[in-house]
Design a protein around this ligand. Sequence first.
Ligand SMILES: [Zn+2]
Ligand SMILES: [Zn+2]
Length: 384
Amino acid sequence: MAVGEDTRALVVYGPGSDRYDFGLLHPLTPRRFGPGIGLLRAYGADRFLAPEPASDAELARLHEPAYVEVVRRISADPDGPPERGIGPGDDPAFAGMHEAAATVAGGSLAGMRAILTGEAVHAFHPGGGLHHALAGRASGFCVYNDVALAVALARDAGHRVLYVDMDVHHGDGVQALFWNDPAVLTCSLHETGETLFPGTGRVEERGGPGAEGRAVNVPLQPGTGDASWLAALETVVPALAEAFRPTMLVTQHGCDSHLLDPLAHLRLTTAAYRRAAAVVDEVAHRWCERRWLATGGGGYDVYRVVPRAWALVWLAQAHREPPLETPLEWRARWEDEAVRWHQAPMPEVFLDASDLAGPESPAITAANARIVERAVAGFRARPG
Ligand SMILES: [Zn+2]
Ligand SMILES: [Zn+2]
């Protein structure tokens, strides 16, 4: 470690983070920041960077300027007609939408910039990970693709970027934005598109001409539990890193794969998130000289699941073991709110009991193993 190097994990969060808000009843709620950042602080997180909006030029690296114009217009007049995926449904218009979404993008760019300049080796942007946004369209709660913009910034600085998406939904936007780029390898583990939005992410999706094998997809069965999800991650990700030799790692830690999550059908526990964060940390150290930007993502049980999932990413970046129990004062602070939103009680244990989800059915385990085999065979066939 260099003399004077600040190895404290950097957390990208500030007042601007809370402004990305589709309204009171939308599942992707800024209410998650209170208990989520509160838990990080309780464990000693003390190095924060407040995100600022990305510029139009920065957004234009991946987004169509005409789309940014539409978002700006809707942002100023949210009562206009639906356009480009923004309107009634997943991505309702709200006043200030452009500034809020540009601030999420700016947060991931700032985290990446801190890594590129050496100010940080690990950075975490819990409000980031809006992986469904496309070049010219909002999708799945995502307006601008902050995490893809961060990948592009690293790529333009000469890095070979490995992107690992652990959200329960396929990382379709990031995959599409780098489909033809051999310098970026996108890998997504998700619930199969046969049962879940956005419907893509089949094993056969492997990258465009000149970038064959640079997209890797592991679509898992509904009902998948910790054991076979971790088996997939531990089989695929280290082997991919060894074959691709990335110099930058970017990860998306959506925690909507949890058993308690209301929007999807996997059955993970926080024990899997802890192991996953350790696996990707090891990749960052082994291949990327520790350069690692992590983002949040989906996660709709915002009291029982999201805070612990975020804390596990931060603890992994701080190279610390999770404590056995969550802090009493933290639980007491958020208990009433959790009750009001029917996501109570606040969890006492940090790592869910291993039997929380019950055993996975042998049929699911076998189906997942076959998918992993096909995903691995796909990238083994195209090395280098
Ligand atoms: Zn590390
Ligand atoms: Zn998701």
